[in-house]
Design a protein around this ligand. Structure first.
Ligand code: ZN
Length: 347
């Protein structure tokens, strides 16, 4: 028995040693779509392993970036103040303040410490948490903030196992916090209950804002962990259907990689090249690249351009008749995602 245990331990140690010394091998073993990738996702999203790893990641990132991974700018919109809060390696939470009443909502507070810091710094009364989806980097601060700010409401979809959820929302719900008025947009695909939050502008003379979590990023979209490409496409179409001036606030700082891929796909598209150059300059100084707008994203984000002739040409799709494109947009979306993995993971 002792001999068998010793053999198992030694074999395990050797495998661990080989993997640790071969980042390429590790990347191939856990490549998107592989059984190990799927197992890792289940462990992360459905067990306490994910929470433990999240706490570890928070401690590491707070040491690495004591002032956050990016330098942010605060946006003032007619009595609404939006403060992006950087945390972990590339996440953004958002503190949305109704300045006349000093009440505030926080969106996706994955790090409760940094959110508490900004609530105190801004001197506002935090009354609600909006959670786009269950992943720990978006929901990991919910319970700690509920302990700190008693009776705070937590909004999100109950289909998504969100920690501390108090208010289940469905598509098209209206939420009013102080003078802030939101509409919920059910946008599954990344997770089964992913929800975006649309903030209406007071008076209507300035654009609305939409907080897109891991559905839509500057130049990219989230992984389709819990739904087919057709579901993700419907969710992306919902954002595309908003007014062109709508301001987009994504959950991550992914713009540089996304636009590198976008310019690789469409090297003739001046919109993607111009934005990529701008983003590269911003990131030299670690400056935030958000927000963008619906009209901007439609001009360079490949995942919103599944019916664009120039993108289809770049993908080598021959039959570009309207009927063929409409019938195959989900397949095109899936192909775009797979090619992105190949591009970055060198699969
Ligand atoms: Zn996520």
């Amino acid at each position: 028995m002792i001999f068998q245990l010793a053999v198992c331990f030694t074999v395990g140690l050797v495998i661990y040693w080989i993997i640790r010394r071969n980042p390429k091998l590790l990347r191939r073993m856990f490549k998107p779509g592989s059984p190990l990738f799927a197992l890792g996702y289940q462990l992360y999203s459905k067990t306490s392993v994910g929470h433990h790893l999240h706490q570890k990641d928070l401690r590491k990132a707070r040491q690495q970036y004591p002032d956050g991974h990016s330098v942010v700018e605060v946006t003032e919109l007619n009595g609404i103040r939006i403060r992006p809060i950087p945390f972990l390696q590339d996440n953004y939470a958002y503190l949305v303040i109704d300045t006349p009443t000093n009440t505030a909502v926080v969106i996706d507070p994955g790090d409760p410490e940094v959110v508490q810091y900004w609530v105190e710094e801004e001197g506002v009364s935090l009354t609600a948490i909006f959670t786009t989806h269950k992943h720990w980097d978006h929901s990991g601060g919910n319970k700690a903030l509920r302990k700190l700010y008693k009776k705070i409401a937590v909004y999100g979809s109950s289909t998504d196992s969100i920690p501390g959820l108090t208010h289940h929302v469905v598509d098209g719900d209206s939420i009013e916090i102080g003078g802030l008025r939101f509409t919920t947009l059910f946008t599954p695909g990344h997770t089964v209950g992913h929800t975006a939050f649309l903030l209406h502008s007071p008076g209507g003379d300035i654009p609305d804002s939409v907080f897109t979590g891991d559905l839509l990023f500057l130049g990219g979209c989230g992984r389709m962990f819990e739904g087919p490409a057709s579901t993700m496409l419907e969710s992306l179409d919902k954002i595309c259907g908003l007014s062109e001036s709508t301001i987009i606030w994504p959950g991550h700082e992914y713009a540089k990689d996304n636009l590198e891929y976008g310019s690789f796909l469409e090297p003739e598209n001046p919109d993607v090249l111009t934005k990529y150059d701008w983003v590269k300059e911003r990131r030299k100084e670690r400056l935030i690249t958000s927000p963008s707008s619906v009209s901007e994203e439609r001009s360079y984000n490949p995942f919103l351009r599944t019916s664009s002739p120039s993108l289809l040409q770049a993908l080598g799709i021959e039959d570009m008749s309207d009927a063929n494109v409409a019938a195959n947009r989900a397949k095109i979306l899936s192909e775009l995602r797979a090619r992105k993995d190949k591009y970055f993971y060198k699969l």
